[in-house]
Design a protein around this ligand. Sequence first.
Ligand SMILES: [Zn+2]
Ligand SMILES: [Zn+2]
Length: 145
Amino acid sequence: MTLKPYAEALADLFYPQRCVGCSRRSSDVLCRSCFEGLPEITPPLCGRCGLPTAFEVYGCDGCRTIELAFDGARAPLRYEGVGKGAVHALKYAGHRPVVERVMAPLMAGCLEGERFDAVVAVPLHRARLAKRGFNQAEVIGRRGR
Ligand SMILES: [Zn+2]
Ligand SMILES: [Zn+2]
């Protein structure tokens, strides 16, 4: 067994994990810089598909001609940069803390003030559920619990 250099061991003590956005040592799932760089989707947006728009609309150029099985969709982040890193950590590494500590609170935040009857998690295929160990939609729906 080789001992890690002292500085490395000390860093492990204070920063036991890697940021899912930049892979640098971090005291949380995201370092401060990546947290501040989250590509959040903020209004104005399309009330139907949730895409950012120039002004509030219900039905935008991106969804107007598409038939949807729901009244409205929301996403807290764009799939780019740190947002993409967070999704990859979840999908390919089964990183539950990123769901609990980042995605669930962001989703709850972007639904604040919205009217809806229920929160329903999309089921996960049992093979995927067995591999990942949890259904991320369920964790998000429970606000991270
Ligand atoms: Zn980072
Ligand atoms: Zn739209």
